[in-house]
Write a protein that binds this ligand. Structure first.
Ligand code: 5GP
Length: 139
């Protein structure tokens, strides 16, 4: 689904109106280095389609990004020497999305500890049979 207002910073990058360090592009996808990397090689992978969040992205663009993410992850590791990496994909301001255009972060984890830090607060599973059914029905 497209936005009414197609003027995020990533739209300008897609249109070549502002510069970036491009590392990959095709008909559906652009990848470039993050301007504020949390690790050397931190790369953003975005669809050309101006969807705000992943749930709004077309199957075509989703497939194109899914097909290329492993390649980009391999390239980031090859170029930086990292042996591990995280994919981060934020949807919604409450979930730390700052740029309202779908993007995947490819974040290498380096030996010096730089990379993504994760706070993973576990909750009790509880009785979730109804929840599982509700999600399955919604799919
Ligand atoms: P979010 O929090 O929305 O998942 O992450 C947005 C990312 O976009 C941030 O990591 C931020 O550094 C990056 N970013 C924001 N503006 C620019 C820009 O103008 N150029 C590049 N290359 N990255 C940007």
């Amino acid at each position: 689904m497209a936005r009414d207002d197609e003027t995020t910073i990533f739209t300008k990058i897609l249109r070549n109106e502002i510069p970036c360090h491009r590392v990959y592009e095709d008909d559906h996808v652009l990848a470039f280095l993050d301007i504020n990397p949390i690790a050397r090689g931190h790369t953003l992978v975005i669809p050309r389609e101006p969807a705000v969040t992943l749930d709004q992205l077309s199957a075509e663009s989703a497939a194109a990004i899914g097909a290329v993410l492993p390649r980009i992850a391999r390239a980031v590791m090859a170029a930086t020497g990292a042996k591990a990496f995280n994919i981060l994909q934020n949807n919604g301001a409450e979930a730390h999305q700052a740029v309202m255009h779908v993007h995947f972060h490819v974040i290498p984890k380096h030996a010096d500890g730089s990379g993504l830090g994760i706070g993973w607060k576990v909750e009790k599973l509880g009785d979730v049979a109804d929840l599982a059914k509700a999600i399955a029905d919604a799919v």
